[in-house]
Design a protein around this ligand. Sequence first.
Ligand SMILES: Cc1ncc(C[n+]2csc(CCOP(=O)(O)OP(=O)(O)O)c2C)c(N)n1
Ligand SMILES: [Mg+2]
Length: 647
Amino acid sequence: MTTTTRLTVAQATVRFLAHQFVERDGVRTKLFAGALGIFGHGNVAGLGQALLQDELEALEAGRKPGLPYVLGRNEQAMVHTAVAYARAKDRLQAWAVTASVGPGSTNMLTGAALATINRLPVLLLPADTFATRSAGPLLQELERPDSGDVTVNDAFRPLSRYFDRVWRPEQLPGALLGAMRVLTDPAETGAVTVCFPQDVQAEAHDFDDDLFAERTWHIGRPLPEKAALARAVEVIRSAKAPLIVAGGGVHHSRAQEALRALAEATGIPVGQSQAGKGALPFDHPQSVGAIGSTGTTAANALARDADVVIGVGTRFQDFTTASRTAFADPGVRFVTLNVASLDAVKHSAVAVVADAREGLEALAEALEGYDVGEAHRARTAQLKAAWDATVASVYARDSGDLDVQPDQNRVLGAVNELSDPRDVVVCAAGSMPGDLHKLWQVRDAKGYHVEYGYSCMGYEVAGGIGVAMAAQDDVRRGAQPRDVFVLVGDGSYLMMATELVTAVQEGVKIIVVLVQNHGYASIGSLSESLGSQRFGTRYRARTSSGRLDGDLLPVDLAANAASLGVHVVRTSTRKELEAAILDAKASPTSTVIHVETDPFVDAPSSTSWWEVPVSEVSTLESTQRARVVYEEHKARQRTYLKPSETN
Ligand SMILES: Cc1ncc(C[n+]2csc(CCOP(=O)(O)OP(=O)(O)O)c2C)c(N)n1
Ligand SMILES: [Mg+2]
């Protein structure tokens, strides 16, 4: 006989989420680490009440809450924290994020897009206006003259991989199961949004108890289809100068060992996208580091001449392909292994739709006896050594000038070399992601966490907290600790640093290196290269000329950080920076290290391109000159449309 329990929709939701597990490779984990939330009238008495009840019942029973609650400062930032956690956990654990009606919910839109683009699971629970419309229009309700059933939350639809709205309690089981299906699907996952009208959250219903039984969702490893594999192998076996492009899918699938085995057996060099960096450690003989617009000269030289490009778990975003100029061999063919068919077919590739680890293992077996040959191995080694020398020269660790202000390369070098191999670097936007992609020497598969799918300013601190919380949880499960280094520019810091308060409240340790260069150096340098003269990119006072060309603004970001309750260290020389890094590592709590850098010192060149269109006509000579350069690059852009089999 079916038994039921009378619960509110919110209480049923919390109870259901607390009982969801995932299993991959025989290892079972609870899917939801907890719920991040900010309350308002849309969720305080619904989901808020349910989370409170969960916490108090757990305390009384002497166990952990089913869905531990964490208070954030900004809804967008909470989604960043959740997404970073999921990435650090290889998508085997996630968070729910609850927000109040209206602005609380729409603040999560940016986070939703970021999650979906990066294929990282997060369950968004935006509150919605009354289903009954009994008191409408409500505070924070959007009224439209053309429609009665659209709310601001409909804006989540294009950003979510699954969207639902629970108008009635009876709909809840279907909505929750639909959400779980997508959250745990390796090809489909991303932002999953289930909207809860505020009256429905508080409404009671007799829910079937089976809804709350423990459920284990198997995370599959789809196998490559035999015929597809055979086609891929045929193309790879014909290759004289192949190159692997490793993307984030290698990490999600924990396919690093399989990649290493394939690279070692065949000698095929491996370039890495931002999300794929660390798929091989930097000092592995086949690891040629970053590829594309912010790539190493080694990976980009090999890309230029590659006759077969083997994509593994990559979206082939424009930075990876240098806006489709990176692969210059006129006959280049693509073989792409991806769990998502959307990515597998890009560039007319011979597509192998499969889990990265399964696909790599199958390829390695089928490629038995294939080797790129001594000449290609030697070329890889020589290009790699040249790039390593470039990194050493800009890190300049042995230069001895400890009393001068470090430039950004040296800041990265100091953090790289004084952090432990297991420590994690976190970044998202500005000039540092590109510089890190080129320079950072990853020693641990989990050591590099740069969000470059959405490259969202403001991700850094919030994301760093997610990574640190994941590391804390790993320690509870017996892993060694990791420190998390958040590298953030002044612009990104000003966009969203307030989660530092969350780090303090939750006792989560992060080390923030705040790089003050008085503006948007990355966009400034881009602007200059495009003929736009660094317009609007500097933090300078407006003068009587009407322009932003006055003194530097009297902004003290170190004082700002200190006011949020974290320990702050101001540094002005390399010696002070290095001491601060070591002190921060030794400290059990968070530190913000403030360092000034010169915005005009760039990282070494990638000898590559990134397409940003320049005005076709202009009265400015700088723009006209930039347009000529743009057209030269544009002429080298390829479509990669040629069908593979006919090549
Ligand atoms: C939310 C968001 N808005 C705008 C941009 C475009 N953008 C990319 S980098 C950047 C400037 C970043 O400045 P800062 O953090 O100081 O880093 P810097 O460029 O100085 O290294 C801007 C405005 C973005 N990536 N994200
Ligand atoms: Mg800056």
